[in-house]
Write a protein that binds this ligand. Structure first.
Ligand code: AMP
Length: 303
């Protein structure tokens, strides 16, 4: 089924204690759409870039079958830029700089062909824009939303308005504590679900992810990787794998949601193996299937 993705399209500068790279093709929209492309067929991307983004980068989406007729290219504009530095644990990070550039005046226009999308992923972007998108489309089967500390602190009221309209929220543990103003994740989940999203996923980095629904809690492990190269985009790849799998399954129920969390974790585990989307570009569906099976095996017990 068709999947509409909105998110940032960016150039990142990333520094870890072990490596450093500049001008990496990144952004939530990039990670989500490429990750979801391993599952969903009809992906429609909405975003904005400056003239500096270049045809070569735009072709990368086209070559992967991602429809970019919803991506605006602003003449003379500069693409969104983010830079960050990871701590020794490769989990926590400091944002060094955020330059919104063309994202500051972005007014998303959803092409007519995208308005009937059955699955929608509101990637990490200004919550005002996320709400604006929902106002332009017919009611989808599932709306998944992602956000980050930048918006939780910067636009709390606007974020609440968006959360009231979404079915699922994907955030990490520190964001959950910040959004709920409660240190306990189980209480946080109750508080956040009362804000709107009945499906809540709290990611705990190298400790896996928790899925909260009306049926209860499902806990997914993280893949035990020895080498984490660049964690940037792991959350977005999780979101892409999660909603991409659901769009392919076409059904949202307890079983598909649990599998979607494991596919999200699978995609996140690949993302961190190289800088930016590099690992996703040489990844094969066979590798995705094998790692999904490894996830199942991680907590399997024979009777
Ligand atoms: P993640 O590591 O999954 O949280 O996502 C990192 C991506 O989010 C990077 O590629 C950044 O370009 C992008 N990003 C960082 N800050 C923002 C922001 N304020 N709005 C939109 N995208 C952002």
């Amino acid at each position: 089924m068709s999947l509409l993705v909105i998110g940032s399209l960016a150039f990142d500068d990333v520094e870890t204690p072990f490596a450093k790279q500049q001008n990496i093709l990144a952004g939530s929209g990039t990670f989500i759409s490429i990750s979801a492309g391993f599952f969903a067929e009809n992906i429609q991307l909405v975003g904005v870039v400056g003239e500096d983004f270049g045809e070569k980068n735009l072709n990368l989406y086209r070559e992967r079958g991602i429809d970019i007729s919803g991506v605006q290219v602003v003449a003379g504009g500069k693409t969104f830029r983010w830079s960050g530095r990871y701590h020794y644990d490769m989990n926590s990070r400091d944002t060094l700089d955020t330059q919104l550039n063309v994202l500051a005046d972005f007014n998303p226009v959803i092409p007519h062909a995208y308005q009937q999308a059955k699955f929608v992923c509101l990637g990490n972007i200004d919550p005002v824009l996320q709400k604006n998108v929902l106002g332009q489309i017919s009611r989808p089967k599932l709306v998944v939303c992602d956000t980050m500390n930048f918006w939780i602190e910067g636009k709390p009221k606007e974020l609440q308005e968006t959360l009231a309209l979404v079915d699922a929220l994907i955030i990490n543990d520190s964001e959950a504590r910040q959004l709920s103003k409660d240190p306990n994740l189980i209480k946080s989940a109750r508080i956040i679900r009362a804000m709107g999203p009945k499906i809540l996923i709290i990611k705990k980095g190298e400790h896996g992810a928790l899925l909260f629904t009306d049926s209860g809690i499902f806990s997914a492990p993280a893949y035990p990787l020895e080498t984490v190269f660049d964690p940037t985009g792991a959350g977005d790849c999780f979101a892409g794998g999660f909603i991409g799998y659901l769009a392919k399954a076409g059904e949202v129920n307890d079983q598909t949601l649990r599998r979607a969390v494991l596919y999200g974790s699978t995609m996140a585990s690949f993302c961190v193996e190289k800088f930016g989307v590099e690992r996703l570009l040489d990844l094969t569906p066979l590798e995705v299937g094998d790692r999904f099976q490894s996830f199942l095996d991680l907590s399997k017990i024979d009777d």
